[in-house]
Design a protein around this ligand. Structure first.
Ligand code: SF4
Length: 203
């Protein structure tokens, strides 16, 4: 995939960008550039598929609630809170518009909070499947592709988990999408890296 246009647009909006052909190249480069930092992770199938926790945990203290059992006896919520104060925060995105807007839907909302404020560095990682032509398409992708597939992955009792094809705009007690964020451009006071990988990753 040609990432030139999206990289130009992201950089115009204040983000640093990088691209890699494979998840393994990306994980190795990220590990080399973050050694010694405390690291927080949001919930992310992309990070899981990259093996990024394992790549960083060799030389960093990494707080990820998906690995709460490896975080010194902390429960998942304590791990989320520790991740919120780490030096650098990692997340994937639900959709990334070629025009540069970054779209996410969250349930607990630790992921959206972590990518918007509280760190000196944030690294957002997106496989090529997360890219949409414009903001409307990116929001559509987050609502009608990412959220239903994540609801199914989590086994939630929602109509989208049953069909996995679109949002049914439900009010289910287990509704996965409690908040939607659109980053119009890079938030102030923090360095952001957007890492693009030429593979399909996550939902
Ligand atoms: S509003 Fe309901 S149906 Fe739509 S994505 Fe969220 S949980 Fe699924």
């Amino acid at each position: 995939m040609d990432f030139a246009t999206i990289r130009n647009n992201l950089e115009r909006l204040g983000y640093r960008t990088a691209q890699y052909a494979t998840r393994h190249e990306a994980a190795a480069a990220i590990a080399a550039s973050t050694a010694g930092l405390t690291v927080g992770f949001g919930g992310s199938v992309t990070l899981e598929e990259m093996g990024l926790y394992e790549a960083l945990a060799r030389r960093n203290t990494v707080y990820w609630h998906w690995r709460a059992g490896q975080c010194g006896g902390m429960d998942a919520d304590a791990v989320r809170r520790a991740a919120a104060t780490a030096d650098i925060y990692f997340s994937s995105v639900n959709a990334l518009a070629v025009t540069g807007e970054i779209v996410n839907i969250d349930g607990t909302c630790n992921r959206i909070a972590g990518m918007l404020y509280g760190h000196s560095r944030v690294c957002l990682i997106a496989g090529r499947n997360k890219i949409a032509p414009d903001l409307a398409s990116a929001i559509d992708r987050a609502r009608n592709t990412a959220a239903p597939l994540n609801a199914r992955r989590l086994g939630l009792q929602t109509p989208c988990a049953a069909t996995a094809d679109r949002c049914h705009d439900c009010r289910s007690p287990q509704r996965i999408c409690k908040a939607l964020s659109v980053m119009w451009e890079k938030p102030a006071g923090c360095a952001y890296d957007v890492v693009l990988i030429d593979e399909d990753l996550g939902y």
